[in-house]
Design a protein around this ligand. Structure first.
Ligand code: D5M
Ligand code: FE
Ligand code: ZN
Length: 719
């Protein structure tokens, strides 16, 4: 692959240049030709202007317009800094500088202040229509039950303490998991194929590789002839002219990450839990050891093959390319959503917005992204866009489900309207959210009970990390149980899912440093691994990243940067997954996401709260998207494919992020937020977020429902 091949030779490539060059690589040009070209220009960063020039020189693209000179920006700056800032701008990590809103037509739409238009009165009922399906229960030990958020209109099925289980250390709630209305999931998960075909190391003669430093001096590269010794594992250095040798490592898409030197030994005064060694209790029988493994990661962002956006000609500007990228992103979203709507028999004839003028009196359906919405005296106005055009849509307040849908629609989400066109406005009679089908087909039973535990937001490294509670939990997994019932549970746990924020990270929010027990990201992952190595080996752990982890900030997050998180990659029974990911356990589909999209739901949908995350997760499920809104709280990368669409209806949807455990069943899907292992931080105190730490939901894989919640919260007090 082009990125790796360049990196092996100590060259970097920006994402936009990558998109330009990749389709032609090895077909129209060789690595040696590209490197020679870059070298002649004295740079080791292949950016888009260089790529364009190169393509023109090779005759691969026609010379339509004069090519911009290469003299600006990047090439004159320090190589590393220049490339870093450029890349972060391009991949959308700084959304305020990026294009906002859909860009199908090439003209960015005017952003409208969504979410500010709701008037107070309509927030009275969200319980009509589909939402009345919500079931809820709040699992807790008796003494904590009053602390937990409960919404009045829900049926609580919490039974307080366990029915047939003894009260113990790990407080316990048993939950009957008999509602097995599970059906086969839809088939639209794009599993993609791996693009990495591990090419043979292409060796190129580069006798005098040079790097430009800010002052323009040539600096010799270390190593034999400037070759790198491979991807990710290589320890590559360059000299910055001051005798300092920052190390360069590469993350996703070949984005370079710099970090300074090795740790100074002897400075540490904190523990990374080397001494936490827990052995399985002697004679403890693990039933799960005998049950054959049956798992598969059916969707992982790392396996998605992204196709390059097409640009008009070689002289296309950077901005144009970014617009192209977002255009592809939204087109992909629309395409996937149309596929979802096709499953709904009520949708009827779907027509492109541009073709509405041909329609006479018939009722037709349009499917589009909602650019804006507002309430009027008689109804609701939306601006809706598909890949052919844009139109205003009016939906009367008297139409069935209109208020519920109006509230549920987040900016940039895709919905369908059925109605008739008239004088420049589409008059809708009905509105459809993509939603999930009301009923699910039952899946074949399993021969034996097998359980999965769901965790997230462990935040190792924070001084609010409930380490004692976590250690108690590890002991529990190793057989330190208090009753037969607990023994049965522990013995059948075969999977553990960790949904992001596994460490606290460094520099995530202002003032975080004061709350760090382990102020070093490497040590945080070391500490996490030291804890997790105590998880019995027959339990497979699926570990995905969150916003505190060393991973790409923008969604989707392909995985942890290996350079930082190596200790967890090395755990024998760990499988690193992306955020989001889909895991199939014994034929049941588990959708795992960290859950930043919840923040946007709370911002845009009336009556939603951080303290009732399962409701917000249901909203996401109804929109079939993990982060529908572009340019609000959640940064979204302009990948050519929208991998945040919930293409396949899962049996279980797990998220974390908001640090509150809550669950619900919605149209047969078990929706659960797995809470946290971090006590309330100073920041959360300020914004009034009250976490529910150290509660472990245990899922019966067969039904994809809750089997029990074990709480270690009492060991978290005083943290
Ligand atoms: O998120 C923990 C909780 O804190 C979650 O409810 C989101 C909330 N949070 C995080 N950052 C912010 C900002 N900047 N404003 C408001 N609320 C926030 P975690 O990802 O663990 O930090
Ligand atoms: Fe978190
Ligand atoms: Zn988070």
């Amino acid at each position: 692959m082009l990125i790796e091949d360049l990196i092996k030779n100590k060259y970097l490539i920006t994402p936009s240049a990558y998109y330009l060059l990749e389709p032609h690589y090895k077909k129209d040009f060789t690595l040696a030709e590209l490197i020679k070209f870059a070298k002649a220009r004295g740079t080791f960063v292949v950016d888009s202007s260089l790529a364009e020039e190169f393509l023109v020189e090779k005759g691969i693209v026609p010379t339509g317009e004069p090519v911009e000179p290469v003299s600006d920006g990047l090439e004159t700056e320090g190589p590393l800094e220049g490339s870093l800032s450029e890349i972060s701008g391009e991949i959308g990590e700084t959304p305020e500088t990026s294009v906002s809103g859909p860009v199908f037509t090439g003209k960015p739409s005017e952003p409208e202040p969504l979410g500010t238009v709701e008037s107070g009165e309509e927030s009275s009922s969200i319980s009509t229509g589909d939402v009345s399906e919500f079931e809820s229960s709040v699992p807790v030990s008796a003494e904590n039950s009053d602390e937990l958020p409960e919404s009045p209109d829900e049926t609580s099925v919490s039974t307080g303490t366990g029915v047939d289980l003894e009260q113990s250390d790990g407080l316990f709630v048993d939950k009957d998991a008999s509602s097995g209305d599970v059906s086969e999931g839809e088939s639209f998960i794009s599993t993609g194929t791996s693009e990495l075909e591990s090419p043979e190391n292409e060796v190129i003669e580069l006798s005098e590789s040079v790097l430009e430093n800010p002052s323009g001096e040539s600096l010799p590269l270390e190593g034999e002839n400037g070759y790198g010794n491979g991807y990710l594992d290589s320890e590559e250095y360059y000299e910055n002219g001051n005798g300092v040798k920052p190390k360069i490592v590469y993350g996703d898409y070949g984005v370079p990450i710099a970090y300074v030197g090795e740790d100074v030994e002897g400075e540490k005064s904190y523990s990374t839990y080397e001494n936490v060694v827990i052995k399985p209790r002697e004679g403890f029988q693990y039933r799960a050891k005998e049950i054959p493994d049956e798992w598969e990661v059916t969707f992982d962002v790392k396996n998605v093959k992204f196709e390059a956006p097409r640009v008009k000609n070689a002289a296309s500007k950077e901005g144009e390319i970014i617009i192209q990228a977002y255009s592809s992103y939204f087109k992909s979203r629309l395409k996937k959503m149309r596929r979802i709507f096709r499953e709904n028999p009520e949708i009827g004839t779907v027509i492109d917005i541009a073709k509405l003028s041909y329609v006479r009196d018939d009722e037709v359906t349009i499917i589009g992204l909602v650019n804006s919405k507002r309430e009027t005296a008689k109804g609701f106005m939306f601006e809706v866009e598909d890949s052919t055009g844009r139109i205003k849509v009016f939906l009367g307040k008297n139409k069935e489900g209109s208020l519920d849908a109006y509230n549920a629609i987040m900016p940039d989400s895709v919905v369908a309207f059925r109605g008739q066109p008239g004088r420049g406005i589409f008059f809708a009679n009905r509105v459809f959210l993509p939603d999930v089908p009301k009923f699910r087909r039952e899946k074949p039973p399993l021969e034996e009970k097998v359980y999965a535990v769901l965790l997230s937001d462990i935040h190792v490294g924070s001084n609010k990390f409930c380490e004692k509670a976590f250690e108690k939990f590890l002991e529990w997994l190793n057989g330190e149980v208090n009753s037969r019932a607990e023994e049965e549970l522990v013995s059948r746990i075969k999977y553990m899912i960790l949904g992001g924020d596994v460490v606290d990270g460094v520099g995530i929010y202002p003032g975080q440093y004061n709350e760090l027990e382990i102020p070093d990201i490497f040590d945080q992952y070391e500490a996490l691994a030291n804890l997790l190595r105590n998880v019995p080996e027959h339990i497979t752990m699926f570990i995905g990243p969150g916003n505190h982890d060393a991973a790409r900030t923008a969604l989707p997050q392909p995985g942890f940067y290996e350079e930082y998180a190596r200790p967890i990659y090395k755990l024998k029974n760990a499988v690193i997954i992306s955020n989001p990911a889909v895991i199939n356990l014994h034929g049941r589909e588990f959708l795992i996401a960290h859950g930043r999209g919840i923040e946007d739901v709370v911002d845009f949908i009336p009556k939603r709260s951080h303290h009732r995350p399962a409701e917000a997760m249901v909203d996401l499920l109804r929109l079939r998207h993990l982060a529908p809104t572009f340019g609000n709280k959640v940064p979204i990368a302009p990948d050519p494919e929208d991998t945040l669409v919930i293409e396949s209806v899962p049996d279980l949807f797990q998220a974390g992020h908001v640090h509150v455990m809550q669950y619900k069943i919605y149209n047969g899907v078990f929706v659960i937020n797995s809470g946290t292992w971090q006590a309330q931080t100073e920041f959360q105190k300020m914004v009034n977020i009250v976490p529910t730490p150290a509660r472990v939901p245990i899922i019966d894989v067969e039904t994809a429902r809750l089997r029990a919640v074990v709480s270690f919260e009492q060991f978290c007090e005083g943290v």
